[in-house]
Each structure stands twice: as C-alpha cells, then as structure tokens.
Design a protein around this ligand. Structure first.
Ligand SMILES: Nc1ncnc2c1ncn2[C@@H]1O[C@H](COP(=O)(O)OP(=O)(O)OP(=O)(O)O)[C@@H](O)[C@H]1O
Ligand SMILES: [Mg+2]
Length: 263
C-alpha cells in the first residue's frame, strides 16, 4: 500500500509516553507526548544531553522506543525500526545527523549525494539532475569530486545536508544543521528551510541557535534536562519566556543580555 501524504488523515508523527533508554541503563527520553502534523515546521530545543538527537533518531525509525506508543506516517514505528518497511519509510523521511562523518561514507561527495537517488532506482538522468540541484542548493558543486575526509567541518555539514536533499523526502529531520556553518551558508540554509516549508515539507530542526528559530519554525518544542517535554507552543511566545529558557538551560543569565551581545 503506498501512502498518499496529501490525503492521509493521520499526523506525520504521534508519540504517546515514549521512552528511550540506551543499553538498558542510560535514559535519554522520558514520557514524550508529541503530535506533528503534515507541513509543520518545528524547532527542537534543549540543553546538551536533553535528548534532541535521540528524539530525531526515534522519529527516523533508527531507534525503537523502549516504552510508550509511536506511529509515523501511518505506520507502527516498530515495523520500521525492525527493518520491515524501512526502505519505503526512508524515501519519505530523511535525517541529517549532527555529526556529518556518520552520513558521509563514499569515495566522493558526489557519490554520497547520489547514493540515495541510486538506491531509489531512479533513471541516471534523474539521479544526475537531483545531485546537481542538491549540490547547488548547498553551494558545494565545486567540491563534488573531493573525498569527504578532505573537507572542512562546515563543508562536510553542507555535503551531509545535500545527501539528504537529493532524496527529496517529505519529512526532513535536521540535527543542528547550522552548527559549524559560516554566516552566509547559515543564511542559505535558513532560506532553504523556509522554501522547503513553503513547499509543504514537514521539517523538524534541533538547534542551539535561538536566533534562527523564529525564521525556520512557527512551533517550538523545548526538552528539559529531565528529558521530558518542558514546553510546546508558538516559537515567538516561547522565545520571549526568559524563565523557561533559563530553566531549560538554553540561555544563561550571566551570558544573556536581552539579545544584545555587548554589556
Ligand atoms: N550512543 C549512546 N549510548 C549511550 N548513551 C547515549 C548515547 N547517545 C546519547 N546518549 C545519552 O543520551 C542522552 C541524550 O543524548 P542526545 O545525544 O540525544 O542529547 P542532545 O540533546 O542531542 O545533546 P547535544 O545538544 O549535546 O547534541 C545523554 O544523556 C547522552 O549521554
Ligand atoms: Mg544532539
């Protein structure tokens, strides 16, 4: 059965009381209740170790929850995580990992960007067109023939993003996509997320960069240091709630001067 995203009445993700524990002893997510509708753009905020990357991996079906219920794109997530249906699921959901070294494994950047479209069995011209488009979007066409290990940190990040864009997924999960990017590239990415959002894609971005949040997400989820959801609401409201931001360790009173960097 193929899934028609335009008519499917189910939310893209529905999590009820989801828990995730690494190796049976390291808790990473606790009692996560979250519903994401098609076409929403969300920001995921939280201190180091609060569970943002783990949540994105759970949403991507890489990890299966240890407790609670979860459905993704009309499927029970356990089926995706156990390998049944994984291929079809990953045509629709793409995750850009926090660490680009996890994403880049081919001999050249081009091969990494072409990997997904080739797996989809697309005709060669289509593969080429998608690669060119994705490389251009991330402004790395000139790096296509380079080996990923020869790139700078920011260039690797751009290549990793391009390798997901070439798949043209309906749902895009971005784990700190602007980390290590220079301001121009950061701006390119912010614009790209806006454009993809306007095109109806569902996008969830984990980030520590509060200044990009209102530009890329109308809704924000804050995960607290207890690994539970602390707040879920309109980005512009949450970003003005200084108490919440301090409590979630997203700003520090001694480092935060009402948005001004000088004191
Ligand atoms: N592979 C792993 N094995 C065991 N524990 C892990 C593993 N990955 C993460 N953890 C733990 O799970 C918790 C959540 O980690 P996670 O990487 O999801 O946090 P995060 O919010 O993405 O943090 P950051 O802002 O540093 O990227 C942390 O306590 C972390 O130490
Ligand atoms: Mg992380």
């Amino acid at each position: 059965m193929s899934l028609n995203l335009a008519t499917d009445p189910e939310p893209v993700f529905k999590l009820e009381g989801v828990r995730y524990v690494y190796n049976g002893r390291q808790p990473a997510l606790d009692s996560i209740n979250l519903e994401v509708k098609r076409g929403e753009q969300l920001a995921l905020l939280g201190a180091n170790g609060s569970g943002k990357s783990t949540l994105l991996k759970v949403l991507d079906g890489i990890y299966s929850p240890n407790g609670g219920k979860m459905r993704a794109l009309g499927r029970d997530i356990a089926a995706v995580a156990s390998g049944h249906d994984s291929f079809r699921f990953h045509r629709e959901v793409g995750l850009v990992f926090q660490d680009p070294d996890v994403q880049l494994f081919s001999a050249t950047v081009f091969d990494d960007v072409a990997f997904g479209p080739l797996q989809l069995g697309l005709p060669q011209v289509e593969v080429l067109a998608r690669c060119e488009e994705a490389l251009e979007m991330m402004e790395i066409s000139h790096l296509a023939r380079r080996a990923p290990f020869e790139l700078s940190g920011g260039e690797k990040k751009r290549a990793a993003i391009a390798s997901v864009l070439s798949l043209k997924p309906e749902v895009i999960l971005l784990d700190e996509p602007t980390a290590a990017l220079d301001p121009r590239t950061k701006w390119v990415l912010v614009n790209l997320i806006q454009k993809l959002g306007q095109a109806g894609k569902t996008i969830i971005t984990a980030t520590h960069e509060l200044e990009i949040v209102p530009l890329i997400a109308s809704r924000t989820i804050v995960i607290g240091e207890n690994r539970q959801i602390l707040a879920d609401g309109p980005s512009h409201e949450l970003l003005h709630d200084t108490d919440l931001l301090v409590r979630a360790n997203l700003i520090h009173p001694q480092l935060h001067y009402l948005g001004h960097s000088t004191h």
